[in-house]
Ligand binder design. Structure first.
Ligand code: FDA
Length: 394
């Protein structure tokens, strides 16, 4: 059978791209390997789907090619997606930091995307969604892509890679996008787990005793910093600020944590004047959970009252508390990574259409491409925006 486009993967990007292309009158075949579409959408945002971030812009994305996301993000914006949500009467709320969630359930987003696919019929197009499909071959002959799936052959002049990245293999995620990229001679930026908990070893292993303790901190790596909660776990560090900074972190590198982002730089020297009888532990307990305050003060090794400590030692303690260095010995890997950083090199793609420059008709959208958003609705916005851009071009 022949279609205008074959889209591999009915996740966020594939579903949205199919609906948009269908509504432009295209006949689209959407092949999904799982038994149902949009599985990651369904579990996202704790079941409420953080479907966009109202402030999403290129600065919120990591890529070897930082300008790449600009065009698509500016042409299909968070406001555009919000208009769509509202046209379906889906109630939503802003949780924090521009993060928009459904009031009800992530199921509403999948239902809306499927309904958008059905609307293709009114525009003279069609979206033929098939699940439980096992693609065994993709051939390219005379400008036509021939996909073999479940033993049947399908042809189209456009093929969209929307199979995502390898994060959470338990949900069926694989590196199939990269196999296809290699087949078509497209370079790959080394994929790595992102938005992932980090593990601690060596001297830092003692912090694992704090499992379950959370604090509002500022996590740093290079020029990146995130002011959100950090959580100590039995394996190391997690919580939003750590997940965010993990996307920037590479094996062997250190991250810095400011445990007292609200405090003035000279707060201990000031306390020496105003509360000379207080210990560092007592002062830390004013802002931090007891167990964390105890561990940090033990590690600082000042057991006298601040009134009796030298200015030099207090200055050193202030500095250490504002940039406590952890050198994670790894991350919890793709098994726990919310997204994959790296992917198909965007230098191979048109930033306007997502089409591969050297393979006309081949498109790469969503997480398969080397564009990774921060935590907080940015990754779905990229899925919508890149899917929209490809759909306009087919
Ligand atoms: P996605 O992974 O959604 O879809 C790819 C599809 O391709 C899947 O349906 C898969 O089964 C299919 N597929 C794979 N191989 C195939 C093959 N060989 N043939 C056919 N089909 C194949 N982001 C956000 O912005 N807000 C949030 O709240 C969350 N929450 C969240 C929670 C959890 C637990 C995870 C793991 C991730 C998130 N994310 C998120 C990230 C977000 O889910 C992710 O960035 C998008 O789903 C990416 O969309 P894609 O369509 O590119 O891939």
């Amino acid at each position: 059978m022949t279609y205008d486009a074959i889209i591999l993967g009915a996740g966020a990007a594939g579903l949205f791209c199919a609906a948009q292309a269908g509504q432009r009158g295209k006949r689209v075949l959407l092949l999904e390997r799982a038994e149902k579409p949009g599985k990651k959408i369904l579990i996202s945002g704790g079941g409420r789907c953080n479907f966009t971030n109202i402030g999403a812009g290129p600065a919120n994305y990591l890529s070897a090619n930082p300008h790449f996301s600009k065009s698509a993000l500016s042409r299909y914006t968070p406001r555009d997606f919000l208009d769509l949500i509202e046209s379906y009467g889906i109630a939503w709320h802003e949780k924090t930091l521009g993060q928009l969630f459904c009031d009800g359930s992530a199921k509403q987003i999948v239902a809306m995307l499927l309904e958008e696919c059905v609307k293709a019929d009114n525009a003279g197009g069609q979206v033929d969604l098939r699940c439980d499909e096992h693609v065994t071959e993709v051939a390219h002959e005379d400008g036509c892509f021939i996909v073999t799936s479940n033993g049947a052959h399908y042809g189209a002049h456009n093929l969209v890679i929307a199979v995502g990245g390898p994060s959470i293999p338990k949900m069926g995620a694989t590196g199939y996008a990269y196999d296809l990229a290699r087949q078509f001679g497209l370079k790959i930026v080394e994929p790595r787990p992102a938005l992932v908990p980090l593990t601690l070893g060596g001297d830092d292993v003692l912090f694992r005793d704090l499992s379950g303790v959370a604090a509002d901190v500022s996590a740093h790596h290079g020029k990146a910093s995130f002011r959100e909660a950090a959580l100590f776990t039995h394996r190391g560090l997690s919580g939003p600020s750590i997940l965010q900074i993990s996307s920037y972190w590479r094996n062997g590198e250190a991250i810095g944590i400011d445990f007292l982002p609200e405090r003035d730089v000279n707060w201990l020297l000031d306390a020496k004047q105003s509360q000379p009888r207080a210990t560092i532990k007592a002062l830390l307990k004013e802002s931090l959970p007891d167990r964390l305050a105890t561990t940090l003060s033990e590690r600082l090794g000042i057991d006298t009252d601040v009134g009796n400590a030298t200015d030099k030692s207090l200055r050193r303690a202030q500095e250490q508390l504002s940039r406590w260095e952890f050198r994670p010995n790894g991350s919890e890997g793709f098994a726990k990574a919310e997204v994959t950083a790296g992917g198909i090199d965007t230098k191979e793609l048109s930033s306007k259409t997502m089409e591969a420059k050297k393979v006309p008709g081949l498109y790469v959208i969503g997480e398969a491409a080397d564009v990774t958003g921060w935590l907080g609705g940015y990754n779905f916005q990229w899925a919508w925006a890149s899917g929209w851009a490809a759909a306009q071009a087919m």
